[in-house]
Write a protein that binds this ligand. Structure first.
Ligand code: ASP
Ligand code: MG
Length: 416
């Protein structure tokens, strides 16, 4: 079997959905399972609904209208017959959303977020599934929440591999073409959970693993994995071959083309990952597998924006040693900070952090009871793998450097 994943950019409008038909007709769709994520930027739009539900209830209708209009404009373009069942299927999902918002008593933001945001993936897959069926690509829509099982850590749920493998093997008939959702899953009580933003690559990786797939193909609006993000760098190069380990390193440092968790299940079973362009399906794209580390051998640039840079020292200028460091790390864990870089000297400890849950104020309040803390906001973290000195000079020329750290193959620079 094979697994394909189409991301938000591939289904951002009616033409995108039509293009999936073109891709499938061009490359074939035998023995295939397809994961499709929410359309365009719809996950962000549903996040706004979740926020408004808690903070500004009066703005809810505006945000709901925004997602309704977006999806209905796509289905209206795709389906001429207004009696088509796709319309009632989508309406049913919107009724479910409203019903949930009226009935829900839970105050846990993360729980509510998952119940709301997941609707975007359900709608998107309904549309794609119906459209493919109408285009003679016979398929079955399946609710991924029956397949991928997780714990109850809403918004960042951990996969229960045993249960998941069992469900997938029982539910999936290899001879049927399935369309299913990425990013969402369910816990023991059947509540919806999510695997973390951009998690649908990971979902596809989970299916590939459990089905012992021959390969996983992620269809993108770029040619494959590039050595730098074209949004921030002018000259980019296509990476033709990357080893799993190198891809894991790149993803770890923040290369956004591959979700970091996706690679591990694939590597465990030696399942190749192909990253290809949905605009040029016949082009080779990038091949991630065992074997050559990086072809061509070229520096790879990764930038993480919107980072926090903290410099922490003891109030009495004593040394920052093991017990302080463990205390500081416990606080990072408690406030769900993602640590991207650390460096310590005798009296200070510097960290580059990501505050995905908006908890920096609480963290700083607690840290400053014991430490002197200097915090720089909105800094950027540049990582260059396989760097050449000229790459570093270039970065230093244009930015104010707060920290620079070298390891054999990698340089990381925090700039303001
Ligand atoms: N739709 C989800 C998101 O935008 C998952 C994904 O696209 O991978 O985060
Ligand atoms: Mg997406």
């Amino acid at each position: 079997m094979k697994v394909f994943k189409f991301g938000g950019a591939s289904v951002k409008d009616a033409n995108g959905v039509k293009n999936i038909v073109t891709v499938l007709n061009e490359v074939g769709y035998q023995d295939l399972l397809i994961v499709v994520s929410a359309m365009g930027k719809m996950t962000n739009a549903f996040e706004k609904i979740a926020d408004a539900y808690f903070l500004k209830k009066d703005e809810l209708p505006v945000f709901i209208k925004e997602v309704r209009d977006y999806h209905y404009s796509i289905v209206n373009e795709l389906f001429e017959n207004k009696e088509h069942k796709v319309f009632s299927e989508i309406e049913y999902l919107f009724i479910g959303l409203t019903g949930f918002m009226i009935q829900n008593k839970a105050t846990d933001y993360n729980f509510v977020y998952d119940q709301i945001v997941s609707i975007a993936e359900l709608i998107s897959t309904k549309i794609v599934s119906c459209y493919l069926n109408d285009s003679a690509i016979e398929n079955t829509w399946i609710d991924v929440r029956e397949c991928i099982k997780t714990n109850s850590n809403y918004r960042d749920a951990k996969v229960d591999w045993k249960l998941t493998e069992k469900s997938i093997v029982t539910k999936i008939n290899p001879r049927i073409l399935y369309i299913t959702q990425g990013f969402i899953a369910s816990n023991e009580s059947g509540n919806t959970t999510t695997l973390g933003r951009e998690g649908s690559d990971y979902s596809a990786g989970i299916f590939a693993y459990c089905l012992n797939a021959d390969s996983l193909t992620i269809w993108k609006d770029v040619e494959g994995v590039l050595n730098a993000d074209p949004r921030y760098f002018q000259e980019t190069q296509l990476l033709e071959q990357i080893s799993y380990t190198e891809a894991i390193e790149l993803a770890f440092y923040g290369a956004s083309v591959i979700h970091p968790k996706t690679l591990q299940p694939l590597q465990n079973k030696g399942i190749p990952l192909l990253v290809k362009s949905f605009l040029n399906p016949k082009k080779k794209g990038t091949h991630v597998s065992d074997g050559k580390k990086l072809v061509p051998e070229t520096p790879c640039f990764i930038v993480k924006k919107n980072q926090l840079f903290l410099s922490i020292s003891a109030l009495d200028f004593s040394f920052v040693v093991e017990h302080n460091i463990s205390e500081i790390f416990n606080l990072f864990h408690q406030y769900k900070m993602k640590v991207n870089l650390i460096q310590n000297s005798a009296i200070s400890f510097s960290i580059c952090l990501e505050d995905n849950f908006n908890l920096i104020k609480n963290l700083l309040a607690e840290l400053s009871n014991k430490y002197k803390v200097v915090c720089f906001e909105k800094v950027s973290l540049f990582t260059v793998r396989h760097f050449q000195n000229k790459n570093i000079e270039e970065l230093e020329k244009n930015n104010k450097v707060l920290l620079k750290q070298f390891t054999q193959e990698t340089v990381q620079i925090v700039v303001q």
